[in-house]
Structure formats: C-alpha cells, structure tokens
Design a binder for this molecule. Structure first.
Ligand SMILES: [Ca+2]
Length: 419
C-alpha cells in the first residue's frame, strides 16, 4: 500500500496528512525544478494498490493545508517591498526564483515586461493582459502541483491588487475556463464545489456524489465537510438529505461521515461472517436487506472488505458486484457498485469513469475535468495503466481524440504522457 509521491520532498509532511505551511522563502522550498511536472518520470513506478492516501501513516498529497496567510512571494526572497519594481519578471531571472516560469524555467511568460503582446501595460498582469496568453496559462498551471498553484491567487492579488479567478473567468470561456478554475482550488475546495454543483438546482448529479464520497479517505471527507459548511453555509449531510431519498440517501450519508475503519489488520473469521451476512441479506433472501449491505460496505476497512469479497465469491460462486446488480437498481446499485469498485481497485474505477465520460458521441466534460484534476497527483499513473489495460488505448490518445484547443492541451498536461 505504498502511496506514490511524485516528489517526496515536495509533499514532505507530518504523519496524519497535511503538508506544512510554506517555508520562509516561499516557493523556494520546492526543490528540483526540472522534474516537478505532476507525473513521475519513467522508472519511478507507483506501487500497487495506490489510491488510498488516507491510510494511517501515509501522506496525503492531494490535501495540502490552505495557503498560509502570508505566503512569501516567489522570487522575492521575503516579504515584497511596497514599491519594488517587478524586476525579474521579464528581464534576467532574479536569483532564487524558484517557481518555474517566473524565471529561467519552462513556462514562458511573454507578457511580462512588455515582451510580447501586453504592450499597453508596462507591467502586465502575468496571465491576464490585453490578449490573454493561453499558452502561458497552460504552462503555468499544467506544470505545478496543486500546492504550488493555489498560492498563486494570493501572489497575484498581492502584486496586482486584482483577483486572478475573476480575471481568468472574464478572459476565458467554455471547458477551458472550467478546467482552469478547477486547477486553482485546493482538493477539498474543489470536491466541496463539485458536490454543491451536483446538488444545487433542479436535478442531482448522483454519479458525482457517488464518485467523490466513495473514493475519498476519511481525512479527505472530513476536510470536505468542513469546507462545505464554510462555503455553502449548510452541512453536507443536510444538503445530501434534502436532495436524495431512501437507501441511496442512507448510503451517501454513511459515506459522508468519513468514519470507515482504517485499521490494516484483517480478521478472516470476521470476513467470513460478513460475507455470510451479505449472502443472507441478498442472494439468499426474498427481497434484499439493503441496510446490511450499507452497514458492511460503509463501515468496514478496505483491507477487510477485500477479504470479504473474496470469501463471498468462494461462498456463493458469484462476485459481489453481480449480486448487487441482481439485488438493487438505479442510483443505489450504482452507488454500492462504486463503493465496491473503489475498494477493490480505485485506479480501475477512475479509468472506467474516464472511459465512460468519453466514449460514444459527446463528452461528459465535467466528469473528465474533475477526475483529471483531482487524481493528477494521487494515482494518475495507475489510472493510465488500468485504462490502457482495460480499454486497449491510452488515456492520452482518448483525451486527444475527444477534446480540442487549449482545453485539450491543459488536460493532457494533467494526463502526463501516452502509454
Ligand atoms: Ca434477494
């Protein structure tokens, strides 16, 4: 269960999860500029069974602490002097300029200092100036981790007194805008935002609720609950309650507790007992006792459930997924299946979600964006491997064929490479 961390020092953090606030010197804490694309270089393989970053003792790359109130500005060493000219944003890179693209590294920033296009403003805002430089946006956002991207909002506001989100929102449009907006939220903010959009308005995006709640760790779910309440002035549980019903609602509310057993030890006799209970609650019963499925699937640990599914298969000669398909239908069936799939193999679950988002005419762009952004630093390499294994084409190829323009360019940065 070794969680893969693309650049261990980048995410170095204490036990229990969250990375420390930026060090003095800000982005200077980020080592190794050459390779901090979001993806591991060939050879740095992700361990099997990745995708459960919330396990005790494992770092949680996807859930950085919110930016510290006063993140030092990149390239300025310490606090910016009030009237400091924007040296280094255009001419020779200032020493200690750690963020690639603000200096000697990959992302070109032609608009700085009147280099290209932004001639009207002597010091053009970095991303949004006369004639938005989409390529600079793609290079900037696509080559940094979430933990590096989110503080850009404050850096931007400090430098220009303007809101980057608002500026980008007014300059960009369509799916590219949605993708760019998604990259500037912390993982928990993005999840809370997605859950809220899935719930608000007429109708409900049940698949989104299921996807997020069945795949996130306890710690992640707790953080999502906290952010949700703060942002939307309502508890996530109340929001789910008001928008769903029956056993499906109970499943989502159970998952939203973020209270799954996270012990690693597996007691085989208890696994056998649970397998028997599932059999008695479904296949061996007229009708179905959905509550029993709910209790076992939402509360037991993942390693334990993997043993339960094996015992179940041996006992009744049928996969638990098959039985769920026979016993349940609609959203409840999809929800229970998602929980089982995530427990069995999270990357394969996301590969399937991506495949289904793109196959056939049209594309479910909201799903595509959510998964590419939210898994890019968690288990994208494993997802890509499952994708090519199960669908015979690389994720990169399918994204290339299904999207276009700047949207495609940035999505492919999150994908990282073809397989
Ligand atoms: Ca039955």
């Amino acid at each position: 269960m070794g969680g893969f961390i693309p650049n261990p020092t980048m995410y170095a953090q204490a036990l229990g999860g969250y990375p420390p606030a930026p060090q003095p010197g800000g982005y200077g804490a980020i080592p190794n500029q050459q390779s901090y694309g979001l993806y591991p270089q060939p050879g740095q393989n992700q361990g099997p069974g990745m995708g459960y970053p919330g396990q005790p003792g494992q770092p949680m790359p996807g859930y950085p602490r919110a930016p510290s109130p006063n993140p030092p500005m990149a390239g300025y060493g310490g606090a910016p002097a009030p009237n400091q000219p924007m040296a280094g944003y255009g001419g020779a890179p200032a020493p200690n300029q750690p963020v690639a693209g603000y200096g000697g590294a990959p992302a070109p920033m032609p608009a700085y200092g009147g280099g290209g296009g932004g001639g009207v403003m002597p010091v053009a805002p970095p991303l949004v100036c006369a004639g938005t430089d989409e390529q600079a946006i793609i290079d900037l956002l696509g080559s940094r981790s979430n933990k590096q991207r989110v503080p850009l909002l404050r850096t931007y506001k400090t430098a220009y007194g303007k809101d980057l989100i608002k500026d980008l929102h007014s300059e960009l449009s369509g799916d590219f805008r949605k993708l760019v907006m998604a990259t500037l939220k912390s993982p928990a903010e993005f999840d809370a935002y997605e859950l809220n959009s899935a719930i608000k308005g007429a109708g409900t995006d049940e698949a989104c609720l299921i996807e997020i709640l069945s795949s996130r760790s306890n710690a992640e779910i707790k953080e999502i609950n906290r952010i949700y309440k703060q942002e939307y002035k309502k508890s996530l549980e109340d929001a789910i309650s008001g928008d769903t019903s029956g056993h499906f609602r109970r499943l989502l509310i159970s998952l939203a507790q973020g209270n799954r057993d996270e012990r690693e030890a597996v007691d085989i006799s208890l696994a056998k007992q649970d397998a028997q209970s599932l059999y008695a609650a479904g296949e061996n019963k007229l009708g179905t006792d959905e509550s029993k499925f709910n209790a076992i699937l939402c509360a037991r640990s993942k390693p334990h459930l993997r043993a339960v599914f094996l015992q179940y298969q041996q006992m009744c000669g049928r996969d638990i997924e098959k039985s769920i398909g026979r016993e349940m239908s609609g959203d409840l069936e999809s929800g229970m299946l998602a929980v089982v799939k995530c427990i069995k193999n999270t990357p394969a679950y996301f590969a399937e979600r991506l495949y289904k988002a793109m196959k056939g005419a049209g594309t479910k762009d909201k799903t595509l964006i959510r998964i590419m952004v939210s898994r890019s630093e968690v288990d994208m390499l494993d997802i890509r491997q499952e994708y090519v294994k199960n669908y015979g084409k690389s994720l990169y190829t399918d994204i290339s064929g299904d999207t276009s323009g700047d949207y495609k360019k940035l999505l492919l940065k999150f994908c990282g490479g073809s397989d």
